[in-house]
Design a binder for this molecule. Sequence first.
Ligand code: AMP
Length: 188
Amino acid sequence: MTRLVLLGPPGAGKGTQAVRICEARGLQHLSTGELLRAAVEAGTELGVEARVFMDAGNLVPDQLVSDLVAERLRALGDDSGFLLDGFPRNVGQAASLAEQPRGALDCVLYLRLEREEILQRLLARGRSDDTEAVINNRLDVYARETSPLVEHYEEQGLLKTIDGLGTMDEVASRIKDALRDCGAEASA
Ligand code: AMP
């Protein structure tokens, strides 16, 4: 069973690549951003609480997100692999993941992209939380909260760095190589 995290700045193409990886390997795709947007749309208690943070480009409080992920992981069958996309977003969330019964990871794929390139991509994407001020805040939040995870997972020997610049196919092929390196290739 394969357990992966896809790490990287907003706009690096995590969502697109996550779908491809999961289709190719039969993994469950768990995107906290998507789950939260669905909760906002459905008007659930979680959605109402999360919305103000999301609209401003801030992180939703750890407890809410970690509970959401824990619930989803519990709901997975014992032998289904998964890819976490957008979680963990800080060291506290990484610690809470490590405590989950299914939280031991095979590999953390880090999609690296420079800030300038990210800005251009996000401005072109046009999601409702993609205005320039919110984007800048999300990038600051990423630099402050999420980027320390690169070192965190490097120290644990789990990190595979992938150049995020190039076409979708180019990046997908780099990811495939990285997964072969971390021994997750055969297990769907
Ligand atoms: P994303 O789709 O991953 O860019 O996430 C969109 C928004 O959802 C983020 O800007 C955060 O407000 C919120 N969000 C998603 N994942 C997390 C997380 N792991 N922790 C806290 N907030 C999150």
